[in-house]
Design a protein around this ligand. Structure first.
Ligand code: CP
Length: 321
């Protein structure tokens, strides 16, 4: 694995899930693999789970993780070729990234979208600039359009939960839009759709109000249902997430109806397990009754971020020994 930006970088999703579950069973089995190696984790935006799970994963591979909150503490970076840097940016990525490439064996980067310019965000220019100039393997810790480590952990969670509930059919997985107080990126939803489609082991449904259609490059293969009640019928898993509009880019078009999930809405499901990537706005995106109730597998889902990160870092270390 030379880079990890999306499901397209994974040779076999079932194989990677098995690898992650082996690490979950035996966290330290490869503690020599990363000896004398370093991963640099650059955060241009806030994080709790991604930052800490990546550090724990690297440590369990015997690797040192160096975290730099470049967005809060570093020089303001410039990404445009030919920029006349007489404004707020101080250092060009083409000057900074080669240095990081010399300091580290793997570079991991979190960079959110601006949500102003759809073409710019969907070109993934920023993470590709790091790949171009760092010269070492790059892991996305969430980019402008995708969050691959999250989606990988999501599928690990679904895979292991299917075994515990003895489901003997393809799971019906529903990605359900939820309300929020401000416009959020589409990354988690895009990425979950891309990974679930690539995995190919689910009856996959996406439900959202009109105006919140995701980019078809990620959703193709899923069934889009605007009626949330119909979508939830017989669901085995419900992945709850807010995202802002793609067409009226970065806006929050008005919608009708109550889109926050409730125990009442769960009654029509197949005792569906409820997922969310976190952080979650309680009683806006999901109510207390679900977050604190027996259907939530959200803590398990967030805990699996460690094994997802460990499998990805190990895959890179094994290839670049
Ligand atoms: N789900 C997720 O990426 O969490 P953090 O933003 O805390 O890393």
């Amino acid at each position: 694995m030379k880079q990890f930006l999306s499901a397209n970088d994974v040779h076999s999703i079932p194989g990677l899930i098995e690898m992650a579950l082996e690490y979950k069973a035996t966290p330290w089995k490869d503690e020599q693999l990363g000896k004398h190696k370093k991963i640099g984790c650059l955060f241009m935006n806030p994080s709790m789970r991604t930052r800490l799970s990546t550090q724990v994963a690297a440590q369990q591979l015997g690797m040192e993780a160096v975290v730099f909150n470049v967005g809060a503490e570093g020089w303001a970076l410039e990404f445009e070729d030919g920029a006349i840097m007489n404004g707020t940016t101080v250092e060009h990525v083409k000057d900074a990234a080669p240095i990081l490439g010399n300091y580290f064996d793997i570079l991991a980067v979190r960079t959110f979208p601006g949500l102003k310019d759809r073409t710019a965000d969907y070109s993934e220019h920023i993470i590709h600039q790091f790949i171009k100039y760092a010269g070492i393997p790059v892991i996305s810790l969430e980019s402008a359009t995708l969050h691959p480590l999250q989606s990988f952990a999501d599928l690990i969670t679904i895979h292991e939960t299917i075994k515990t509930i003895s489901l003997n059919k393809k799971p019906r997985i529903v990605l359900s839009w939820a309300p929020h107080v401000k416009p959020l990126p589409q990354c988690v939803a895009n990425s979950f759709a891309q990974w679930t489609n690539a995995w190919g082991e689910a009856d996959f449904v996406i439900t959202h109000p009109k105006g919140y259609e995701l980019d078809e490059q990620f959703t193709k293969g899923a069934t889009i249902v605007y009626d949330q009640d119909a979508a939830l019928q017989d669901a085995d898993f419900i992945y709850v997430k807010n995202w802002s509009a793609v067409q009226q880019y970065g806006t929050m078009p008005a919608y009708e109806g109550e889109w926050m999930l409730s125990n009442k809405k769960l009654e029509k499901t197949n005792r569906a397990k409820v997922m969310h990537c976190l952080p979650v706005r309680r009683n806006v995106e999901l109510p207390d009754e679900i977050l604190d109730g027996p259907n939530s597998i959200i803590t398990q889902q967030a805990s699996n971020r460690v094994w997802a990160a460990q499998a990805v870092i190990a895959s890179m270390l094994k290839q670049h020994k």
